[in-house]
Design a protein around this ligand. Sequence first.
Ligand code: NAD
Ligand code: UDP
Length: 454
Amino acid sequence: MASGRVDLDGNPIKPMTICMIGAGGFIGSHLCEKLMAETPHKLFAVDVYNDKIKHLLEPSSLQWADRIQFHRLNIKNDSRLEGLIRMADLVIFFALICLVSAFWLVSAFWLVSVEIGFGLSSLASGSGFCGSFESFSLLLSSSFSLFLALMLLCYFATINLAAICTPADYNTRPLDTIYSNFIDALPVVKYCSENGKRLIHFSTCEIYGKTIGSFLPKDSPLRQDPEYYVLKEDASPCIFGPIEKQRWSYACAKQLIERLIYAEGAENGLEFTIVRPFNWIGPRMDFIPGIDGPSEGVPRVLACFSNNLLRREPLKLVDGGESQRTFIYIKDAIEAVLLMIENPARANGHIFNVGNPNNEVTVRQLAEMMTQVYTKVSGEPSLDSPTIDISSKEFYGEGYDDSDKRIPDMTIINKQLGWNPKTSLWDLLESTLTYQHRTYAEAIKKAISNPTAS
Ligand code: NAD
Ligand code: UDP
């Protein structure tokens, strides 16, 4: 599993200890699985929930039981967070090595300088110059062990996934959204910066907001020009709507934490990588309302449409389903994150779009494709009217707004990590809807036949 693994430059990959905050969520659960199954790394999995990673934590006889520890804590108000980021026990151990090596180093310097002084005066007086060889070797070995200890200190990373990140919350719970995505992330950035820990922070493609092209007249030929819609990490502007469109509270909070991390890198040398996911989807995403989440809850589009299909209801197209998205299979995206984790020299200091530009559809096309795929995997015919239009005000409430189109530019991630997504939209929907049907169809049937019980 672990032996013989090399990074993109052919160097052996050393085992790491990773503190993953938000490990119990959709992305976190897939990343935990990948790290346990394919790497030797150790994991502190931090979250308030662990339902989605239970299979990795129990039974304790699993082969990776000694490599994963779950810590149930809310990063808003738990003083254990700093300890976990610093990995107190290991830091103390390495600090000891550093201290001993530093002590050797100072003594060796002292011996060498005394001997040089002594040597010069003894040369002048014509007597011998002995002992310098031992002192020089002490100097060399102590410098080497100090270097080694400092190197070992580098093999820790913190990954921050914790966030409120469902659009239905952005305009209805804007304060919680801003606190979660900015204020609560501040201590994580601070502890990493102060303790010299590498940080991989999850931001969002929503940071780009609307495309430049969306402001052109509908019939402008420039709308077809990629310069007006492809989203580039180092060139595209961030275009949000007015403050009263509270939809943008999330994007704005994510933007400010990105800027803060970038500034910590520039001013204080924080080693960071920022990930901008473009609609990652797959099994375990969000919840099915009334089954493993609140009946009135509104998850992201994959779970909304899955819920409609499972319940044999029409899929609701917000404002006609004209917005465009590129969807990427979670397993492809996790490959990219693992490359970032294991190639710090190539990933540090970078912001990466992670998406699949080949899987672009309108939300209406997504609904049509999901309906076809679900018919195939469930064996149930589709409804005569499989979709229904609904206004954003009715679906999300006041203050909703939308990103019109999201195509990631892949130049930076290609160049730094040589990564490309593989899975087509049809294939990823087939495996995801097979999972949804297997996991939820029976529970939904029961809930429908006995509505008071759920
Ligand atoms: P998710 O909601 O499934 O996971 C987030 C996890 O963070 C949850 O398990 C939640 O319990 C945990 N969490 C939240 N606040 C916490 C706190 N105060 N203390 C401890 N744990 C806390 O979401 P996800 O889809 O896995 O997204 C992970 C990250 O990726 C988020 O930062 C999100 O903004 C970003 N992102 C994801 C997508 C996507 O396509 N899935 C798109 C854009 C951005
Ligand atoms: N959407 C929809 N019907 C639903 C849920 C979402 O039409 O039942 C639309 C939503 O308005 C947006 C797109 O689907 O245009 C994607 O929504 P999602 O919640 O997945 O998050 P986003 O991509 O906007 O961050």
